[in-house]
Design a protein around this ligand. Structure first.
Ligand code: NAG
Ligand code: NAG
Ligand code: NAG
Ligand code: NAG
Ligand code: NAG
Length: 373
């Protein structure tokens, strides 16, 4: 037992130094390489030192000559964070001494566990398998793992690079915002993941074309047609992409889009109509010359979203003339003139656009309810 400890005392620093050299010599982490391949000539002297040292030690200990049969693969192993990694190493029953190393640490020397990490254990099958199992793999487990197999003649190593992947996760995204038209807006979407996730933006309008932005989406002088639901997607092909949304409301002052004047004979119901677009939704007022109109005897003002209708139940001679529709919100005001014409005055009663039939029917039915016709 004492001799056993002494061997470790020499072997560990020796191996430590060698692996430190290897790591330092290969940029981007140690990758697959064969210690016997022609591509490893620069490391030849390291191996020479290694072999000499280890051979000396094991020779000293007096192990018999044994053959080695281990997995040749020196590939990357890709594993998702939280999963269990099994890094395989196969030996045959003639092997003298085996060890698992992680970077510059010894994890297992034979069956002796050196690592203090409770997630780490060995998977053995008789004497033929000497695999390393790491449960609940985390990002700091990423790196090279070496199964070191010793014989008197030829120590060999099997090296695997463990790549730990983490699904994309958006941890911070802009809050929903309301801005005025013309403002500069920056939306942010910050995500973690391994490999680094790619972040893409779309405005979920019918075309939903990808927008030019990554973590930050800059919108210079935002227009009303750029309002809506923005989708931020973080993807790294590890799992389904993470998606978050930002609602952007763009305020703008009213614009009167449609007006409808009326040509109504005395005794009939006259209807004037006015439609405005605005965010926030506009408020409407009606004026007869300078006088504000309200729901009084014979006059009814209806507001249906962005449209307002002025109904005069029983048109008289005095009602003919100029009316004004005023649409306003906190960003501005716009007004338009409409006319109630005497029939035969030959005026074009249409405003800037026509009223759709369905809307017209809806308004007519409202009027009917109001005037109990
Ligand atoms: C291992 O992964 C690295 C990137 O981490 C890559 O450059 C290399 O080609 C991979 N090697 C193999 C054998 O897949
Ligand atoms: C590998 O080594 C690092 C330190 O270099 C350590 O933090 C990590 O837990 C080790 N992994 C295993 C599986 O032992
Ligand atoms: C918006 O950004 C543009 C270009 O960066 C700049 O010229 C403009 O002054 C900015 N407008 C506001 C309101 O900050
Ligand atoms: C309309 O007004 C005139 C005059 O004020 C009145 O004679 C008539 O009865 C009214 N018609 C209706 C339907 O109220
Ligand atoms: C109608 O009234 C508005 C507001 O009083 C006025 O600005 C406009 O000139 C008038 N239009 C006509 C044709 O009289």
């Amino acid at each position: 037992m004492q001799r056993h400890l002494w061997i470790h005392a020499v072997w560990i620093p020796c191996v430590t130094v060698l692996f430190a050299f290897q790591e330092g010599s290969l940029p981007g982490g140690v990758q697959s390489f064969s210690i016997w391949g022609p591509d490893t000539m620069p490391y030849f002297w390291i191996h020479t030192a290694w072999i000499t040292g280890v051979t000396f030690l094991f020779g000293f200990q007096g192990f018999p000559v044994r053959s080695v049969d281990m997995q040749r693969a020196t590939d990357n192993i890709t594993i998702r964070q939280g999963d269990t990694a099994i890094i395989r190493c196969y030996v045959d029953d003639k092997v003298s001494k085996v060890a698992w190393l992680n970077r510059s640490n010894i994890i297992f020397a034979g069956q002796d566990k050196w690592s203090l990490d409770p997630r780490v254990d060995l998977v053995t099958k008789g004497q033929l398998e000497y695999s390393l199992r790491i449960q609940k793999v985390d990002v700091y487990d990423e790196g090279s793992y070496t199964c070191s197999i010793q014989t008197k003649q030829q120590p060999k190593t099997s090296q695997v690079y463990l790549i730990v992947q983490v699904p994309a996760n958006i941890y911070k995204v802009s809050e929903d915002i309301t801005v005025n038209e013309g403002s500069n807006v920056t939306l942010s979407c910050l995500a973690t993941g391994r490999p680094d996730p790619m972040i893409t933006w779309r405005l979920l309008n019918p075309s939903a074309e990808p927008l030019d932005g990554e973590e930050y989406l800059d919108i210079i002088g935002i227009m009303r047609n750029q309002a809506g639901r923005y989708e931020c997607k973080a993807s790294n092909d590890v799992a389904t992409p993470d998606v978050k949304y930002v609602n952007v409301v763009v305020n703008y002052p009213p614009t009167i889009k449609k007006t409808q004047s009326s040509e109504t004979p005395v005794g009939r119901m006259g209807t004037l109509q006015c439609e405005a677009v605005a965010i926030p939704t506009p408020e409407f007022e009606w004026y007869r010359d300078e006088k504000r109109l309200s729901n009084t005897q014979g006059i009814n003002i209806q507001i249906l979203g962005t449209t307002t209708v002025l109904m005069i139940a029983n048109v008289t001679e005095e009602d003919y003339g100029n009316y004004t529709c005023v649409a306003s919100n906190r960003l501005g005001t716009q007004s338009a003139s409409l006319f109630l014409y005497r029939p035969g005055s030959g005026r074009d009663i249409s405003g800037s656009a026509c009223v759709s039939h369905s809307l017209w029917l809806l308004l007519a039915s409202f009027a009917c309810l109001f005037f109990k016709c």
